[in-house]
Structures are given as C-alpha cells and as structure tokens.
Design a protein. Sequence first.
Length: 227
Amino acid sequence: MASTPSNVHVSAHPCLLAKLSKLRSKSTAAKEVKSLVHEISLLVASEALAASLKTSPGPKDVTSIGFEYTTTQITPDNICLVPILRSGLGMVDALQTLLPEPVAVHHLGLYREPTTLEPVEYYNNLPNHIGADAGKNADKLAIILDPIIATGGTCAAAIQTLREWGVDRILVISVIAALPGVQKAAREWPEGVEIWCAGVDSELTPEGMLQPGLGDIGDRLFLTIGK
C-alpha cells in the first residue's frame, strides 16, 4: 500500500486495532457500535491531543488539605469541535470527556451527491462565517470529527470552510480512512492540518465506500439502515 502523507497519523495502538476489527463486523449490535465509536474516538483523540496541545502555568489554587499549588492550563484555550453531520455527532462526547473544560461545538452538514460523489454543504453554524465578520470569532484550533474519510471530498470541503473562517490550525479525528481519501484531505492545507485515525483501508468501491470498511457508520449509529 502506498504511504500516507506526513501530516496523516495512523495509530498502532493494539487496543485500537482490536476495537476497530470488532467495529467492522456486521454482527456487532447497534448499541456496541455506538460504544466502540466512542472508545475509538477517545483513544485516537488522546494521541492527537497529546501531540497537538501544550501546557502553561495557571493561577494558584489550594488542595483539599491546604497545600498551595500552581494549576495547569492547556494552550490554545480557544478550541472548538466541528462534527460533520450526522455521524460526527457520535464522537463529540469522547472529545468533551478528554478536554479539561467544555468547548464550543459548531456543526457542518455535508453530504456526497450520489452521482458525482462530490460534497454538498447543507448546514453551517460557524459564527459570523460570511462577510466582513468572517475570521473575527474564529477559534485558533478547530477539531473536525469525521468517523469515515472515504473519497476525502467531504473532509477537504470542511477543511476549506474552516480555513476560510479563519482558524489557525485544524485537527481531523477519524475512526478509519481510505488511502485515496485521506491523501486528498491531507493535501487541502498541508501546513495547517493534521489527520489522526485508527486505520487506513487501501481501496474504495465504485460507490465510494471503504473496502473492507465499516459500512455506513451513520446508518449503524442511528439505526437508519435501509432508509
């Protein structure tokens, strides 16, 4: 298999690989699918945030038995989560669990047009993302949550939208990606984007699905298979 770009990081964590294998199975029940997506997101995001965040001294505080200590803060402090609707919603709780304080969640709605497989945006609630105010309220670090990067078109479109909004950096957290798709997404803004995932499949079907992949993770999460 061809190599991934330098700004793409594929985990080698043995627990992640085992969980990913379980998530692939069609016999895995919907309740467990939700749990596995959450657990995989926790592990991938833990690796991504460890490499992407820094700490700085905060104000003094006092322990429960009276000792003073210097608190620890993370930088940057203006971080937002951007789940790609709808399947990205299944990853939000994992990231909020990891971060020491709740952060803003902005939603992007994108779908692939069935014939061309090109992304179509149908929802965007980034603050002041249009006109003269674009960039004034942008966060320094945006974390895109996209469980499956298939053709890469949706992820690349989200990256471009956030870049135009004015963020300084973007992390993409994904469960699994197709090699052609993650290569495309990584090229969208190489100096500003890091992509982290649990696994990479080398092939796509003619319909743009990962092979062997996970199926449609949105359908599996929200019980809409066969809609």
